[in-house]
Design a protein around this ligand. Structure first.
Ligand code: C5P
Length: 219
């Protein structure tokens, strides 16, 4: 079984994907974390964010792995837990440059498809329903107003000790959406057969119930 969840930044994809995967006993794969990790490694090694072959070489040298510990999914690079580091503003504000590089996408999509071939999975990202898993059993496109998405990110950041003003977050989210949906290589786009869920004004419980219902109806 393959469940694809796509949508713009901070629409609630990963929160819901984790709950759904847990409920169905599927593996959750956060593809955004893979692009974030590639950005982190490039910055750490002083490789320019436009150096496509340099970044590809780094991804091969330092592949991302996922590990569950105390019911928390950790993102590892070189066996080091980078789960918090990849959420820092420096990474968030640069990741769209790295994810726009076609060779980087090609490599990470291949890794994502390999991961998906091994388990029943819930995978979230921007191009899962369109490019990574075009044959997914269920495709969901999750959206929410920019204001609400910025508010959610603000709360999340506060819990992580990151203090960015709400208006800045709103601007950053809009800019990232623009870049992600206007790049040449597999831009953020709703698959023609995806079901759209607008999570504005809904709580986590309401959205996860909606998604689970869609999955049960389709299977
Ligand atoms: O999902 P998250 O916000 O963590 O994704 C970070 C960035 O990674 C996105 O803004 C986008 O540039 C990139 N991404 C992508 N394709 C995916 C998942 C994420 O281009 N499948």
């Amino acid at each position: 079984m393959q469940i694809a969840i796509d949508g713009p930044a901070s629409a609630g994809k990963s929160t819901i994907a984790k709950i759904v995967a847990n409920k169905l006993n599927y593996v959750y794969i956060d593809t955004g974390a893979m692009y974030r990790a590639a950005t982190l490694v490039a910055l750490q090694h002083n490789v320019s964010l436009v150096d496509e072959s340099g970044i590809v070489a780094l991804i091969k040298q330092f592949p991302v792995t996922f590990k569950i510990e105390d019911q928390k999914q950790l993102v590892l690079v070189n066996d080091q837990d980078v789960s918090d580091q990849i959420r820092l503003p420096e990474i968030t504000n640069n990741v769209s440059r790295v994810s726009a590089l076609p060779q980087v996408r090609q490599l990470l999509v291949k890794q994502q498809q390999h991961l998906a071939s091994q388990h029943s999975i819930v995978m979230d990202g921007r191009d899962i329903g369109t490019v990574v898993l075009p044959q997914a059993d269920v495709k969901i496109f999750m959206v929410a107003s920019v204001t609400e998405r910025a508010q959610r990110r603000y709360q999340e950041n506060t819990q992580r000790g990151i203090h960015t003003p709400l208006e800045t977050l709103e601007d950053e989210i809009s800019l990232r959406d623009y870049k992600d949906s206007h790049r040449k290589a597999s831009p953020l786009k709703k698959a023609t057969d995806a079901l759209e869920i607008d999570t504005t004004g809904l709580n986590i419980e309401q959205v996860s119930q909606k998604v689970l219902k869609l999955i049960y109806n389709k299977t």
